[in-house]
Design a protein around this ligand. Sequence first.
Ligand code: C2E
Ligand code: CA
Ligand code: CA
Length: 735
Amino acid sequence: MSVSFLEQAKAKILVVDDQPENLHLLSDTLTYEGYEVKGVINGEMALMVANSVIPDLILLDVIMPGLNGYQVCEKLKANAVTQEIPIIFLSASNDPIERVKALSVGGVDYIDKPFQVNEVLLRINNQLKLQAAQREILKLNTELEQRIQERTAQLEAANQELKYEIQEREQVSKLLQESEEKLESILNSLEEVVWSADVTTSNLLFLNPAAQKVYGRSVVEMLNNPDLRLESIHPEDRDRVELSLASSLNHKNDLEYRIVQPNGEVRWVWERSRLIFNQIGVANRRDGIIYDITERKKIEEELNYEAKHDSLTSLPNRAAFIERVEQALKQSKKDRDYLFAVLFIDLDRFKIVNDSLGHLVGDELLICVAKILTSCSRSSDFVARLGGDEFTILLNRIKTIDEANIIAERIQTKLTSSFCLQGHTVFTSASIGIVVGNHKYQDSSEILRDADIAMYQAKSQGKARHEVFDQQMYAETKELLEIENDLRQAVLKAEFILHYQPIISFEANTLYGFEALLRWNHPTKGLVYPDKFIHIAEETGLIVNIGEWVLQEACRQLYAWQTQYPDTANLNISVNIASQQIKDPRFLATLDETLAKTRLSGNALHLEITESTLMDYKPETINLFNQIRERGIKLNIDDFGTGYSSLQYLNRFPISILKIDRSFIQGMLSEKENFEIVKMIITLARTLKIDVIAEGVENLKQFKVLKTFNCQLGQGYLFSKPVDHQSAELLISKA
Ligand code: C2E
Ligand code: CA
Ligand code: CA
């Protein structure tokens, strides 16, 4: 302990001794030495002073009256205020047991009496130093503890922080794990295949479970065998896919291809992949997704099939046929020796079957025909249904036209046998047009056009036959088309005129009336006769307008003659009426307007309708006929005998005159059958009170025979050809 310590704070010492000389000596000496000294002479006082002053050290005599030193010491030690004060005993006893006792009750030292002042000082000094040192140690300890506490607190804080951080990290890693799990579960639950592959080795790095369904192999198998991915691709698609994936230029890649599973099942897939680049911009991975589009492809194929097939017969349809013809045409352009033929097949009178026996029978008939056509052609041929009752066959690679003719004949032979459809026995036949396809054709439409022309030729030649297309047919058809075009203009340009053919009354050889016959004054072709254009006018519907004009012109002309030549006021005019005109709802109104406008009496007008127009009758047709009759207008049946009507049937209609078709009159003398027919028609008409006009009377012989049949009216070159209105007027004026 340093002197400075003492200098700084005077140590307080309590001296307890019942012997005043001792007390004085010690007090003086100690005071001299610089201590602050309190002296007391018994134990009781010592306890009091110690409690109030709290000395730094007590010198305590052992043997004292009253409380002895040990007892005082015990009391001091028992008191919290004083228990730390070091006590040095002073005792006269040299007994070692006393010393032990002194130390055991709490004393720190023991000085024998009589004492040496120096020794006392030394021992006091020692104790105080010890005391100070202990205090210092205590202080240091406290400081240390404080420091430790602080440090601990710091550490704890740091620890806490660390804990937080750890917790945070745990949270982050949990989130990370969660999101990884999520990703995995998404990838696992995806129906699409997700893959990732090394760009250089093209080995798979990742593949999700959906791959199993598409590849028909386990993901593990796919990952373990790097070649499987490519080997699974359909051989026809493989090169294309491989090339496309290998090209590093294809940053993004969309592909459609097929995958063949080990069991042979084929899946259509659509794949989108893209290159993944690392930090330095080098492509190291390709990630892709594969969609199974097999179902879509199936639907597409079905739709495609439907788009190219006829649903009734399951034959390829028009679109498919055209495609096939184009293909053949392409081949013929490459290979000049390659020839093919197209057969255009149209059923005869199919409409009649359909209308009279119903659509179901019609449909069944078409199905039967489709089968026959297929059975008659070779496997390399292509049979199609264009629509309606039109079929086509492409005969692939023929050497000569004979092959096409043979197949057409085969078809026609097979069609001659009857079909039993829905309890009905149905007969049919077909008109077939044949065209040889070669490199000279520009496209399929030209080929079909020519086949169609040839078919029409077969129809007009009498049906149930086949015709091979030639250039003449084309020329004729072209002319037809031109006529149709010109015909549309003709009405507007007033290019029509009427010729008049006299009808003769046999009895007195007098003029009975005229038939008005249409002529077309064509600007380049000259006078065109009805057989060249009437059927076109009918097919195009132009006949309604033309017919209106004819009616008006005929009525106007007759009225003009009647007024000019009053002697001939009972002459009549016959006007040909097409069936479309009868069907026109405005027909009756047109008649009324015409009569009103031309002022001709209805009694002077005859309407000529053909037998087929009559057969096409409906209840409202009879009504119309009756209304026509009410106006005094007469109804003549034209071309009688060429249709299928019976005289009995005619009874239903208000008919005035039958015109026996000129074919019967012309054959009358050479064919007995015709002779009989003409005779019979005239006889039966008479009983029905219907007049008869014999058409096409060309010679006297015919005229005479008709007269013996009691035929009263006739028309023909024998009397006059149809003539223009001037010539007709000349006839009237002479009459
Ligand atoms: P159709 O009504 O039977 O008219 C009679 C046709 O026979 C006329 O031919 C006439 O020239 C012809 N002919 C008259 N006598 C003889 C004869 O002794 N020998 C021969 N070989 N032929 C004779 P055209 O004028 O060429 O008329 C042909 C057909 O055109 C007509 O036959 C008729 O069906 C139709 N037609 C004429 N004009 C019209 C019309 O204004 N409207 C309608 N819808 N059809 C008409
Ligand atoms: Ca006629
Ligand atoms: Ca006729």
